[in-house]
Design a protein around this ligand. Structure first.
Ligand SMILES: NC(=O)c1ccc[n+]([C@@H]2O[C@H](COP(=O)([O-])OP(=O)(O)OC[C@H]3O[C@@H](n4cnc5c(N)ncnc54)[C@H](OP(=O)(O)O)[C@@H]3O)[C@@H](O)[C@H]2O)c1
Length: 319
């Protein structure tokens, strides 16, 4: 199966390595990689460290040259409008290509339009890796919960804030917490996106759009980050046997689906307080299966690449 990959950062490089390692058993071939800085293309397949020429003039040109059957969209996230993925994905769907992405933006900002566009063209739009890296959540609900409906969820889904809050609970400053998150490789150069709760809002919006027909965007999530917290507040909570965690919650009300991101003071034995360091956890509420959870321990680009690979396998199985 011929792939065109957009972006060649941490996740795309990990995916290239994974596909190379699996090439004997699963013949996916990356024929093109396109970034703003350059394009690499070879219809016989690229190496894991290809040479890039100047950037192609358009995505259409990349897809054409690659004879691509699947677009793998791994560009940078913009939480406010989902671009550039929100332009890339419909372009590929309209040309009859399947699309797989790890980019939260399009699922959080415009899921239903993309899903419907994929259906119109009889192709798949899959996004397993957007919320919990490679840990199965979307595929798990679709494939393993027949006839059940997700009625709500709560998740400790952001690694950076967890690392910062744990550092402050040990008496370190906010800035030292950020430095520790950077040292672990989870915080961006500018970590405002995590600290202000945007990442948690994007993940909540994506889950609620797919599972609860929320038709929402990250900007519509009732969101407050962790900037107001201090080591003193964290110590006060710890002295009472509590832990502060940034939590994303969704519940259905008579007015529609309500999404909220807040630093919550939790009992230490609350399951949402049980994850440490960069690990994440999601508890689902369903009508037929009650409450249950999934967690991911110390996620990294390799797990995210596996989420993309799982989607590619799903497409290959049904093509
Ligand atoms: N890292 C993780 O473990 C993880 C986990 C879950 C989800 N994700 C999501 O997966 C996506 C990729 O993450 P990453 O860590 O690999 O990001 P990254 O290392 O920052 O790489 C992003 C890539 O996107 C390219 N890019 C940006 N704008 C582009 C455009 N308009 N056209 C073509 N290429 C463009 C960049 O290249 P140029 O600058 O040359 O254009 C770069 O190669 C992001 O949306 C991220 O939120 C990542």
């Amino acid at each position: 199966m011929n792939l065109a990959v957009l972006g060649f950062g941490n996740v795309a490089r990990a995916l290239a390595r994974l596909l190379h390692q699996q090439r004997g058993a699963h013949p996916f071939r990356i024929n093109a990689i396109h970034t703003r800085h350059g394009t690499a293309c070879n219809v016989s397949g690229l190496s894991t460290d290809p040479e890039f020429g100047p950037p192609a003039a358009s995505l259409e040109e990349v897809l054409e040259r690659a004879k691509a059957q699947v677009l793998v969209e791994l560009t940078t996230l913009n939480p406010e409008n989902g671009e550039p993925a929100l332009t890339h994905i419909p372009t590929a769907l309209r040309r009859g290509l399947h699309v797989v992405t790890a980019n939260k933006g399009p699922v959080a900002c415009a899921y239903h339009g993309l899903r419907d566009e994929a259906r119109r063209h009889n192709v798949r739009f899959l996004h397993e890796a957007v919320t919990m890296d490679g840990t199965p959540v979307y595929n798990m609900v679709r494939q393993c919960l027949p006839a059940a409906t997700v009625t709500g969820f709560a998740g400790a889904l952001n690694s950076t804030t967890k690392v910062i809050l744990e550092a402050m609970a040990r008496g370190h400053s906010f800035e030292e917490g950020i430095a520790q998150a950077r040292a672990l490789g989870v915080a961006e150069g500018d970590p405002w996106f995590d600290i202000e709760g945007w990442d948690s809002a994007c993940k909540a919006a994506a889950l609620a759009n797919v599972w609860m027909d929320a038709r929402t965007t990250p900007a519509q999530v009732d969101r407050k980050g962790i900037r107001q917290l201090t080591p003193e507040k964290l110590a006060e909570a710890a002295a009472k046997g509590k832990r502060i965690v940034l939590v994303s919650r969704a519940r259905r009300t008579a007015q529609g689906v309500k999404l909220r991101v807040r630093a919550e003071v939790l009992d230490r034995d609350d399951v949402l307080a049980s994850m440490h360091g960069t690990s994440n956890l999601l508890v689902l509420e369903t009508d037929l299966m009650g409450q249950f959870g999934v967690f991911t321990l110390n996620p990294g680009p390799e797990q995210t690449a596996y989420g993309v690979f799982a989607d590619l396998m799903e497409i290959a199985r049904n093509s």
